[in-house]
Design a protein around this ligand. Structure first.
Ligand SMILES: [Zn+2]
Ligand SMILES: [Zn+2]
Length: 470
């Protein structure tokens, strides 16, 4: 009875590890949501916590998480922990927001501004000059900064895809290949563990590193900012020219018209203009000449403000976060093979069957032999066409034939793989990190088949390349 010898299963202790990895990755997903809300600079909104709860519930409802058979107590603990962390963070943000918007504090901040108005009036400066300066500093400046930030996220995604990086991010297969190549070059065991066990978190930080590296090495980001900036400045000039002939009677009326004209691009903070001259006589031609003369200075101020920010804080503060957009395009559904943890590469988010090009020795999915506790070297894509059996928590620890894996994993299609060479990469990794993985997974090192002893680094990578037909 051949199949009785070939028995794999996940122990209770391994189950705890899987739960820990799951909780860890859910936590990092929620933390990233919280960070995003904190960066938006608005006040706390009660929808944030509802969103978080929905996010957690959605993850808990996923079939593979359901298969973990966690109990309600665990779910409550998880939610309490995450919302507890969120509550502290949101409370701090709310206090900061109240401080920033306290009328007394705001008036205090305006003190130098009122003084400047008084001084200008006393020195009998041209009222139009003061108005124009205020308009540039109080209205245009913040509106342009917001506009550039809003556009930048979108344009970075385009730029990244059109750069030399585009090959690596061109398709899911190439993306997987690039990650595997990178891992091989860096040769860090912990990175492999993170890639295998907390795949989503790994991919997020990998994309982030690539983006920061790329934009640190070249001037693309600066060029993008300058292009967005000069386009909007152009539009502002054209709008001023148009309004010159409409003849607004007061500056308030002009600001109203201007906001209307530019409403697609700019959100003008209209009530930030203060002073006694709001209702004074207004000569558009005179006023526009001053605004025109202030624009180059404004441009310099804003661009130098962008220059002072380092790449990391710049990228993480954008309303459209390019790293998240690229992640969405590359990550796919994020499901991993139940036997070897290879990630699904199927296109679109609504595919019915998960699919991976290259499966791995199942030891990477924490499978070990019952008696010897050695990690399993055989591939799931081989075992699905044999008479061998497995058992784990999903089968309720009852033996089940690999051939009928779809009884438990109906949404996975694991193609029987006749070319064993395709997985040489992973055999090589299992060979080189044999003891490390045994320690990490609390098992015994795998008994590697004789042929895997001869695989060298170059062959490992070539096997992946061949399989993806690159
Ligand atoms: Zn697999
Ligand atoms: Zn999938």
């Amino acid at each position: 009875m051949e199949y009785m010898e070939y028995i794999h299963f996940n122990s209770q202790m391994e189950y705890m590890h899987i739960i820990k990895d799951f909780a860890y990755s859910l936590l990092s997903k929620c933390t990233s949501y919280i960070d995003q809300k904190l960066n938006s600079k608005g006040d706390y909104d009660e929808t944030y916590c509802i969103d978080l709860l929905c996010m957690i519930n959605e993850v808990l409802q996923q079939p593979d998480v359901q298969n973990l058979h966690t109990n309600p107590g665990f779910e409550v603990d998880l939610k309490l922990h995450i919302l507890g962390e969120a509550a502290h963070a949101f409370q701090r943000r709310h206090e900061e927001f109240v401080k920033e918007n306290d009328p007394h504090m705001r008036l205090g901040k305006l003190k130098p501004h009122y003084f400047a108005i008084f001084r200008d009036l006393y020195q009998e400066k041209d009222a139009h000059q003061i108005q124009a300066k205020d308009f540039c500093e109080m209205c245009l400046h913040p509106a342009i900064v917001n506009y550039v930030n809003n556009r930048l996220g979108v344009e970075i995604v385009d730029n990244f895809h059109n750069s030399e990086q585009s090959i690596d991010f061109g398709s899911r297969s190439f993306f997987q290949f690039t990650i595997l190549k990178d891992l091989l070059n860096e040769w860090d065991f912990d990175q492999y563990v993170e890639y295998i066990t907390t795949y989503e978190k790994f991919v997020k930080s990998w994309i982030w590193k690539r983006m920061v590296d790329y934009y640190t090495k070249n001037e693309d980001l600066k060029n993008l900012e300058e292009n967005i900036f000069s386009a909007i400045l152009d539009k502002i000039r054209k709008t001023l020219e148009k309004l010159r002939h409409q003849g607004a009677a007061t500056i308030s009326e002009f600001v109203q018209d201007f906001s209307q004209e530019m409403q697609k691009e700019l959100v003008i903070p209209k009530d930030s203009l203060v002073g006694t001259y709001m209702k004074q006589a207004f000569d558009p031609g005179h006023f526009f000449a001053f605004v025109e003369s202030f624009l180059p200075n404004l441009q310099e101020q804003i661009l130098s403000r962008f220059k002072d920010l380092d790449i990391k804080s710049k990228l993480s503060k954008l309303p459209v976060r390019p790293q998240d957009e690229i992640f969405k395009q590359m990550f796919g559904c994020g499901k991993q093979c139940p036997f070897c943890y290879a990630p699904c590469e199927a296109g679109g988010s609504t595919h019915r069957e998960h699919f991976a090009t290259i499966h791995r020795p199942q030891g990477f999915g924490r499978f070990r032999y019952t008696d010897s506790e050695k990690l399993v070297c055989s591939l799931c894509s081989t075992d699905v066409s044999t008479n061998q059996m497995f058992r784990n928590r999903d089968t309720n620890y009852q033996w089940h034939p690999y051939k009928e894996y779809r009884t438990y994993y109906p949404d996975w299609r694991i193609q029987p793989d006749p070319s064993i060479k395709a997985s040489d990469y992973w055999k090589y990794i299992l060979k080189m990190f044999s003891d490390d993985f045994a320690r990490q997974y609390k098992a015994k090192p795998a008994n590697l088949p004789e042929d895997s002893g001869n695989i060298i680094k170059e062959e490992a990578l070539q096997a992946v390349k061949d399989r993806y037909k690159l």
